[in-house]
Design a protein around this ligand. Structure first.
Ligand code: BTN
Length: 267
């Protein structure tokens, strides 16, 4: 891809994402290590979006990787500045998930759901598979916090391999570039519309919609945290983005961990 192709694609994205404010910089590159790392290195406070067609060293949660081949994955990051300290951003990754799931549904894709805290899921014939994920990295100063919001979405099924969750994709194979553009623009537009709402009202503006999309609503689940595992019935998220688990005698608020369905007990 030439520099001209990249700027044509960036212009097309901007044209199709009318919620993107005029002061946001929108860039597309053919290949990079990690769009999150690239935006973390940009020291100016200017809001920007960076899309990469291929990503060689992409990072996921808990040290996982997220590589992307051209056309097979939508990989991009946004860098936005919020007033105040990082603790005001609890629930941001869940709000991002709501905006993305709703945008993809509006583009005609069915079976979208959210898995606490950061996974975008899609029905794949054998239950639900992981369609995408969100990785948010923060840099705080006295008066503001810069958030780099990284998003990876499988357009085509990823190559066979060992994945923490079975994968899902939007298409059966690599889609034409028109579809990349359509989906990238829809995701960008949805986030550009959602982030000011989050800045003003926090996750409380999204919590009901998140709970409607909750993959595990009412299910017996186990949450693997850093220190311990906890089992219970998944109630949903609260207005701070914590996961509420009904443990029988009490409701536990879980702040971090990986959720999985609890294996049925055999008699
Ligand atoms: C996860 O599910 O663990 C989160 C995956 C996030 C991957 C995206 S791809 C674009 C951005 N750049 C990165 O290095 N990671 C995020």
């Amino acid at each position: 891809m030439t520099a001209d192709d990249a700027s044509t694609l960036a212009e097309a994205l901007r044209d199709r994402a009318p919620s993107v404010p005029a002061d946001w910089r929108v860039d597309v590159c053919a290949r990079t290590g990690s769009t999150n790392s690239d935006l973390l290195e940009r020291r100016d406070g200017a809001p920007c979006a960076l899309f990469a067609l291929a990503q060689t060293g992409g990072r996921g949660r808990r040290g996982r990787s997220w590589t992307a081949q051209p056309g097979d994955s939508l990989t991009f990051s946004l860098r936005v500045r919020f007033d105040g300290r990082a603790d005001r951003l609890s629930g941001l990754s869940l709000a991002v998930g709501v905006a993305l799931a709703e945008a993809l549904t509006a583009q005609g894709f069915d079976g979208l759901a959210l898995k606490w805290p950061n996974d975008l899921m899609r029905a794949n014939g054998q239950g639900a598979g992981k369609l995408g994920g969100v990785l948010i990295e923060l840099a705080s100063a006295a008066t503001h916090t810069d958030a780099v919001i990284g998003v990876g979405i499988n357009l085509a099924p990823p190559p066979p391999g060992h994945y923490a969750l079975p994968p899902a994709a939007l298409f059966d194979g690599t889609p034409p570039q028109q579809d990349w553009l359509r989906i990238a623009a829809a995701a960008l537009d949805a986030l550009a519309a959602a982030l000011p709402v989050f800045a003003a009202q926090g996750f409380s503006a999204f919590v009901e919609r998140w709970n409607r999309l909750n993959l595990h609503a009412g299910c017996a689940v186990e949450v693997e945290g850093e220190m311990r595992a906890l089992g219970g019935l998944c109630v949903g998220a609260d207005a701070d983005g914590a996961l509420l688990l009904d443990c029988g005698d009490r409701i536990e608020r879980v702040l971090a961990g990986d959720v999985s369905l609890r294996a049925p007990v055999r008699n």
